[in-house]
Design a protein around this ligand. Sequence first.
Ligand SMILES: Nc1ncnc2c1ncn2[C@@H]1O[C@H](COP(=O)(O)OP(=O)(O)OP(=O)(O)O)[C@@H](O)[C@H]1O
Ligand SMILES: [Mg+2]
Length: 399
Amino acid sequence: MARLLGARRAKLSPHFPVGGPVEAADLVGREPYVRQAVSRLGDGEHLLIAGPRRIGKTSVMFEVLRRLRRKGVVTAYVDCLGATDVRGLGERLAASLLASIEGREGGLEDARAISLGMRPRGRIRVEHLELVMPIVREGSAQRAFDAALDLPRAVAARVGRRVVVALDEFQAAGRLGPRVFDVMRARFQAQRGVAYAFLGSEEGILEELFSSKGKALYRFAVAHDLAQAGGHRFGIDPSDWQAYLDRKFDAKRISIGETEIDRILDLTGGHPQDTMQLCAALYHFMQDQSLRAVTGELVDAAYEIALRELERPFALHWTDLGGQKYLQAVAKRIARDEPLYAARADGDVPRAEVLRALTALRARGLVMRTGRGRYEYLEPMFAEHVRRLDAVPAIVLGR
Ligand SMILES: Nc1ncnc2c1ncn2[C@@H]1O[C@H](COP(=O)(O)OP(=O)(O)OP(=O)(O)O)[C@@H](O)[C@H]1O
Ligand SMILES: [Mg+2]
């Protein structure tokens, strides 16, 4: 048994994963968080997991759901960004719940086929079919949505197991209709045996939804802070990164010293996505050049590559900030460590507007306050991207 466990632990994915959610073996520094979330959801508590972009919210939730399933819990995962109307959102929820109890995908399509008098492609159990029939048969989108929202409760009652539903990018559900959140609360609040996890990136918006009096989900879920869990930046203990990077490079027979790992973490601030991106660039660069020992210069070269690779997501993120007046202007001043309030030749920003922008940037988890009138980006690579935005290329200057 001990050997088996050891073998499982040693099973690392071949690369430094970038992009989507990571496998358990590449989930750095989240063990305490995952354990707590599993136990709280298992006890029926609803959780709110809000945090800045790309810090691993979805990765954490996937691992939590895997562990809950191993304990016999029925789970569902829905990405609310993927739905274009309330019926679609309801169907996603139903499809995911059905997959969990049937142990295969495609159950909802089968149910739909049966309701139309056609032959289903797979076999679906009668008792499960009965559960989803009210949804697939319903002509009104609103009523189909309502029926889908009742499904977690119905499943818990029918199969006699706990149900945990994760709603990712939850804030996006708001654009599907004027009263979506009210309808959800009304449906969710009396469900026995069901726990909900609400995840999302637009921290400010999500928090308002759950913590402002008069908002639909006021006090419905307890915030389980991921971004600062354990008091660490992004909630990850730097020593967990140290251990992971050490082991991972070692598995690739590349040597890396503590100084170089520290350099990596200094450059990325330990931001999960940026750290992975830099390490992936470093690894591929070394592979291509048949190099076996990481040096400070190689880390710096990888940093430049990673910064270029992150240009697109960073640019999109930057455009997002353009939606609110003065946000970009203040964000630039912070990145360049310029006085925040001083009048400037390139246009003055009124003091009240600077304060408003600072509040918004903090609510988005983009900057933190480090002292009186002093702010810093949580994500140093994004700050660097912003610093370079208006920089005149060296080639133009003839350097
Ligand atoms: N704990 C972690 N350990 C290692 N890498 C991580 C971790 N969390 C996130 N990452 C890196 O960040 C990337 C994005 O992770 P994930 O999609 O889970 O984040 P997210 O917060 O859900 O992002 P989004 O804001 O886009 O929804 C992963 O592909 C991986 O490179
Ligand atoms: Mg996500």
